[in-house]
Design a protein around this ligand. Structure first.
Ligand code: NDP
Ligand code: GDR
Length: 329
């Protein structure tokens, strides 16, 4: 039985990846931080077959211990402080977790490989946020990186450290440069879920308006369930490598609003949306659109869920959730 260890198991991608690996017959271990993580009950309900280990990416010894227990064939490093806006307010902590945490994970794997003689295939969750200031579109594996946030800078560090461990120690370390991917499990701080939740509440008469920041930024949004398949495929290759994972379509926040309100039959949302400078960023990533030709050709990967299907799925899920919370169903 193949064994996998996932950091960031309580996050959106951790859950989808764990479900995918369990469906393939893996023995799955998940690293969870904190002495009493509030997400533990939900995790135990959704993925009871995953063995939870405690540890933190900033604590190298906890990672070494987790590897000793899990004895993984594959290590997926999904743990991070992942909210870009928060990274300006907590730049040092973001650098420690999202940047140095990758070094800790790589080092723990290298030590484990050295002491056991066993190979562990390593996946690093790199990000399109690394492209930052627009240099070239669509963005590929070769596009110049110009990060625009402390989060983006930390991800660049982790990305190059992963490549460096591959080149220095011959580790099977791959980096997936994933563009934005969403789902009904997306954290409510991210714009897609903030919109789908608010649209659901407005539709049910529980809220009057949505307050947002920049409506003109463009993102290449895909479905998280499709993207975790790409992570797995990367670790099934003989050679480790880096891959862009994206849909190749880009949409503004305005188009997101069209699709989300459209899902509940509203065509003119102008009186329901207000902009507030508090949600503007000190530096914005204006345009993301990825070219995933390499992944499509070498991994045989392609996204299955369209933008409209994704947004409709999220709004419908939030309508049901909000009905339950409000005692309407
Ligand atoms: P989430 O924010 O949903 O999950 C982040 C996970 O990291 C959580 O499980 C969180 O645990 C964990 N974590 C936070 N701090 C630490 C720490 N100090 N030690 C160990 N774990 C920690 O992110 P996603 O699931 O959306 O993303 C997964 C990864 O992919 C992240 O690295 C993200 O940066 C990256 N990424 C995401 C993209 C996206 O569009 N979703 C696109 C490109 C990259 P807790 O629940 O305890 O806070
Ligand atoms: P992003 O996602 O920063 O791309 O990072 P987010 O959904 O936070 O922002 C996307 C765009 O929407 C604009 N925006 C708002 N964003 C939020 N969160 N809240 C608002 O009210 C709002 N109004 C407008 C933003 O300015 C931005 O342009 C995500 C994360 O998952 C990262 O971890 C990951 O690496 C990247 O995607 C790829």
């Amino acid at each position: 039985m193949t064994r996998a260890l996932i950091t960031g198991i309580t996050g959106q991608d951790g859950l989808y990846l764990a479900e995918l690996l369990l469906s393939k017959g893996y023995e799955v271990y998940g690293l969870m931080r904190g002495q009493n993580n509030p997400k533990r009950p939900l995790l135990e309900e959704l993925i009871p077959d995953v063995t939870i280990l405690t540890g933190d990416l900033t604590d190298l010894s906890s990672l070494i211990r987790a590897l000793d227990t899990a004895q993984p064939d594959e290590f997926y490093n999904l743990g991070a402080i992942s909210f870009v806006a928060y990274s300006w307010e907590n730049a040092h902590l973001t650098s420690e977790v999202t940047g140095m945490g990758v070094l800790n994970a790589l080092e723990a794997v290298r030590l484990y490989e050295g002491s056991t003689g066993k190979q562990v295939r390593f996946y690093q969750a790199s990000s399109s946020e690394m492209f930052g200031k627009v240099q070239q579109v669509p963005q590929t594996e070769d596009t110049l990186l110009w990060p625009r946030s402390p989060y983006g800078v930390a991800k660049v560090y982790g990305h190059y450290m992963t490549i460096n461990y591959r080149e220095s120690y011959g580790m099977h370390a791959s980096s997936g440069v994933l563009f934005n991917h969403e789902s009904p499990r997306r954290g409510p701080e991210f714009v897609t879920r903030k919109v789908s939740q608010a649209v659901a509440r407005i539709h049910l008469g529980l809220q009057d308006e949505i307050v947002l920041g920049n409506l003109d930024a463009r993102r290449d949004w895909g479905f998280a369930g499709d993207y975790v398949e790409a992570m797995w495929l990367m670790l099934q290759q003989d050679e480790a490598d880096d891959y862009v994972i994206s849909t190749g379509e880009t949409h503004t926040i305005r188009t997101l609003l069209d699709a989300a309100f459209g899902a509940v039959g509203v065509t003119d949302w102008s009186s329901l949306v207000r902009q507030d400078p508090q949600f503007m960023r000190p530096a914005e990533v204006d345009l993301l659109i990825g070219d995933s030709t390499k992944a499509r050709e070498k991994l045989g990967w392609q996204p299955k869920v369209s933008f409209t299907e994704l947004v409709t799925m999220m709004v419908n899920s939030d309508v049901e959730e909000q009905k339950k919370l409000a005692g309407l169903s």
